[in-house]
Write a protein that binds this ligand. Structure first.
Ligand SMILES: Cc1cc2nc3c(=O)[nH]c(=O)nc-3n(C[C@H](O)[C@H](O)[C@H](O)COP(=O)(O)OP(=O)(O)OC[C@H]3O[C@@H](n4cnc5c(N)ncnc54)[C@H](O)[C@@H]3O)c2cc1C
Length: 268
């Protein structure tokens, strides 16, 4: 079967076309076209040339990133330097040239490295045709038939020291994640206020490590707090097994890698 490819001038028209439910949205196509080539052919492929999808603009203390911004475009933007460590880890050069921020939110396990950083920073998602923005965490909990993402609004970390990202893979530099970790630990008077820790490859989609967040909240980022966070890192999380690592292995090493990331943030 050959899919019908429909190209719309505006996001609103593309969103309306998606509403019928039998179309699949095409962004950079790094995952979608791979699936099509492997025989998973949808009836309709929907795309848009709307330029607003490629815009990057400040919104108060946050930055609004169009869903169609590619990893390379993100890496070329100095205002988004806090996301560069994560974007650099998404695949090889061809994947980063085509793969988009919006597509990364929908990438299946073990992908979604940028989404991990965005989740840790408390990003919100703007849906096409809907007013306001909703937490990225909500979208990641249920990604099926969610609609069309127009943009992501990501708060900037107050300072470079308060945010860290680490990806652990077996193949360097382009391997998929055994685990990836984003940690946002803003500090007031030396105490962590609003700790957010996100894991990638530890579930079907990126998720928050709530027990580690609780262990860090209100604490100084010192050796004792780091050890406590590492010890509970995988609490309440049931990671998948795949060809890269078993569920048991991910549970065992996630705390070790979280500790290493937090230690590097403690050193500054
Ligand atoms: C060889 C290889 C290596 C890879 N390595 C990595 C890696 O290391 N880390 C990583 O995170 N990912 C990796 N990926 C996965 C993928 O390339 C990236 O996650 C990329 O960001 C996906 O974006 P895309 O624009 O290509 O998505 P597409 O393939 O265009 O779309 C993927 C899915 O997202 C949906 N979608 C896309 N945009 C939107 C939107 N705005 N609103 C609603 N739905 C949308 C599509 O309908 C589709 O279901 C890899 C992929 C390949 C093939």
């Amino acid at each position: 079967m050959t899919p019908a490819v429909e190209t719309y001038a505006t996001l609103a028209e593309a969103a309306r076309a998606m509403a019928s439910g039998d179309g699949v949205y095409l962004a950079g196509g790094t995952l979608l076209m791979r699936a099509v080539n492997a025989g998973e052919v949808p009836r309709r492929i929907i795309r848009t040339t709307d330029r607003t999808l490629r815009e990057i603009a400040p919104v108060g203390d946050a930055v609004r990133i169009g869903a169609g911004v590619t990893m390379v475009e993100l890496l070329q933007n100095r205002e988004l330097a806090f996301l560069h460590a994560a974007a650099r880890q998404v695949g090889g050069p061809q994947i980063r040239a085509m793969g988009t921020v919006g597509g990364n939110l929908f990438a299946p396990h073990p992908y979604g490295d940028l989404a991990v950083a965005l989740l840790a920073l408390g990003a919100r998602v703007v849906m096409a045709g809907q007013a306001g923005a909703r937490p990225l965490a909500d979208l990641l909990r249920d990604r099926a038939r969610t609609g069309l993402v127009a943009a992501i609004e990501c708060p900037r970390p107050r300072d470079a020291r308060s945010f860290g990202f680490l990806k652990v893979s077996r193949v360097h530099p382009r391997g998929a994640s055994v685990v990836s970790i984003g940690a946002h630990l803003p500090r007031e008077g030396g105490r962590i206020r609003g700790a957010r820790i996100a894991f990638g490859a530890m579930g079907a989609a990126p998720l928050q490590a709530s027990a580690a967040e609780r262990a860090l909240e209100g604490q100084a980022l010192d050796a004792a707090a780091i050890a406590r966070a590492g010890a509970v890192a995988a609490q309440g999380i049931d990671p998948p097994s795949d060809s890269l690592a078993s569920s048991w292995y991910r549970r065992e090493v996630s705390g070790v890698h979280l500790r290493r990331l937090l230690e590097s943030m403690e050193r500054g």
